[in-house]
Design a protein around this ligand. Sequence first.
Ligand code: DQA
Length: 151
Amino acid sequence: MTDVAAAGRKVLVLNGPNLGRLGSREPDVYGATTFADLVADCEKTGAELGFDVEVRQTDDEAELVGWLHEAADQKTPVILNPAAFTHYSYALRDACAQRTAPLIEIHISNPAAREEFRHTSVVAAVASGTIAGFGLDSYRLALRALTQLES
Ligand code: DQA
């Protein structure tokens, strides 16, 4: 495992399906902030912490798996909001298990307080840790947590 606190260290913030629709998607659950605002906020918070943050979003499971392979090959820390894939994608889970640097699972909402199908995360057991339920602060908290993590 590698030291993620090094200045200018690259961090990938990866987002799964429907998160590109933040701002218009179920604002009572996910808030009114747009995905573009989230990207800007992650880049700003990351820069303050000395990270070079790249935020990506896809609705495509294969693309997300490919990004996790890229992170594993490059020893890049990952903050991952797997969205609905959280609850059933063993392909995503197996890609996360290959991580070579910290990987933090995050959620905007608190899945444990929602429908029963959201109570299972197939990713949690192979993540460094999980942050959920703090709105877009979940992303900021994960970036802060990364400064402390080495595995
Ligand atoms: C989510 C929670 C998931 O259950 C849901 O499918 C999402 C978003 C969250 O950030 O709260 O798409 O990951």
